[in-house]
Design a protein around this ligand. Structure first.
Ligand SMILES: [Zn+2]
Length: 459
């Protein structure tokens, strides 16, 4: 098979300690050579792909996506989700267990992997096993059987694990298998039917709020448990100053804890709900400006280990679009606070936003272009640390490694157009936003799975 040479780009590989101009030869699924610019021009049987001005990095990995398959094909399928992933620069994604049926037994994990294997030009799927049977929070699953079927992380995400005894057992068993538990942190006695951060926006909308304490209380319990058991705990989508402080303290105390933040919690404040309606409604909710600033700081200082999209596709009816009428569209501003039936519809609307195809642009704009982190740190956040959490091979482009590669143009400007997305769903709070930084090419196991070099800026 002919190979190819990625030429003229800036190679950014924190594991190899490289940040500079290098060419890369790929053949038979692996990195065959890394050389100074032009050094690989005479390699035989290789197509040269000019990538001047682009950044070449290890394939991005998302530890938190919802692919809705099995169960909700109108929202997403494994095929559409894995193609959306490569369009967003991700070469592997961890698919959460809250499907229907729930991924709590080897048959479902095997179904997911079999569907994924049929997808041409998609990302690798890593199954996330449930912590409890049916996500009901009562009985543990057979973690060992799940690992043998391919699960590499465990989570009841979408729902917190309320039962401390069950979580203790899960921590211990999953840890002995060498994997981590990812935790959706919410005390539902405090969050109740809350539909926005407990603060100004909830009051303006006239909907109940979710206090920061709902997350903080549960993070406190789980970090104590992680410290006591020595288990690897991963805090999903942190959204509060308190949770970040607790993670920082637990790390100092020696806990084996990691945590993730979403691009939307880094980029948007709660007031986005007034512009985007339920397309900015998620759990945990968007918070206030001080929190956004604190989260960015925690990314910069290393307290937050990785960025995960929490890609959560929903169809318009799940988002109560018809019930809310034309409210929150650019030409129709709702009267606030919402009348009681509209507030009820707002609260009923499903939580979550899609994120795979906007993550790179949002992260570049929010963190890199603004100088919060440098490109090397960005690759740690989006590839190196996620690979470690999922216990995958290291995310690096050293000679001999699997050729999972993401190429981005940090200068490309584009406008987010939901109708052009590869995902089946359109529920994004970034619609209409101009972003700087775009995925140009995604290579999975040596195959070009996405090539965006020739699309127009409008696409
Ligand atoms: Zn969650």
């Amino acid at each position: 098979m002919r190979g190819f040479v990625l030429a003229g780009g800036r190679l950014i590989d924190p594991v190899a300690g490289i940040d500079g101009p290098h060419d890369l030869q790929i053949r038979d699924g692996r990195i065959r050579a890394v050389g100074r610019p032009g050094a690989l021009d005479s390699v035989a049987d290789s197509t040269r792909i000019a990538l001047d001005g682009c950044w070449i990095m290890p394939g991005l990995i998302d530890v938190h996506v919802h692919l809705r398959d099995p169960g909700f094909p109108q929202k997403e399928t494994i095929a559409s989700g894995l193609r959306a992933a490569v369009a967003g620069g991700f070469t592997a994604v961890a698919a959460m267990a809250n499907t229907e049926p729930v991924n709590d037994c080897p048959e479902i994990s095997r179904y997911m992997l079999a569907r994924a294997a049929e997808v041409k030009d998609g990302a690798r799927l890593v199954p996330v096993g449930a912590v409890s049977r049916g996500l009901a929070g009562r009985e543990p699953v057979n973690y060992e059987a799940m690992v043998l079927a391919g699960a590499r992380l465990f989570s009841d995400d979408g729902i917190p694990v309320d039962d401390t005894a069950l979580l203790t057992r899960a921590f211990s068993e999953v840890n002995s298998l060498g994997f981590a538990v990812s935790l959706h942190e919410e005390d539902r006695s405090l969050s109740g039917s809350g539909a926005a951060n407990a603060g100004a926006t909830a009051i303006v909308l006239g909907v109940p709020g979710v206090p920061a304490q709902s997350e903080v209380a549960r993070v406190r319990r789980d970090l104590e448990l992680a410290l006591k058991t020595g288990a690897a705990a991963h805090i999903a989508h942190v959204s509060t100053v308190g949770a970040v402080q607790l993670v920082r303290g637990a790390k100092e105390a020696g806990a084996r804890v990691t945590c993730e933040v979403t691009p939307h919690h880094l980029a948007l404040e709660e007031a986005a709900l007034l512009r985007c309606g339920t397309n900015a409604k998620m759990s945990p909710p968007l918070r206030d400006r001080e929190t956004v600033i604190a989260l960015r700081k925690a990314v910069a200082d290393g307290t937050i280990d990785m960025i995960a999209t929490d890609h959560a596709p929903h169809d318009p009816s799940s988002k109560q679009m018809a019930a809310l009428g034309g409210f929150f569209s650019p030409d129709c501003r709702p009267e606030l606070p919402l009348a009681a039936p509209l507030a009820a519809a707002f609260c009923r609307a499903a939580n979550g936003v899609i994120g795979l195809e906007t993550a790179v642009g949002v992260v570049l704009q929010t963190l890199v272009n603004s100088g919060v982190v440098n490109p090397m740190r960005m690759v740690e956040l989006l590839a190196v640390n996620p690979a470690h959490l999922l216990r995958l091979e290291a995310a690096t482009l050293r000679v001999g490694c699997a050729a999972n590669v993401t190429v981005i143009d940090p200068e490309a400007r584009w406008v987010v157009e939901p109708q052009r997305m590869v995902s089946k769903s359109r529920n994004t709070p970034f619609a209409g936003m101009e972003l700087q930084g775009r995925v140009m090419m995604t290579i999975v196991a040596g195959e070009v799975s996405f090539d965006g070099r020739h699309r127009s800026a409008a696409q």
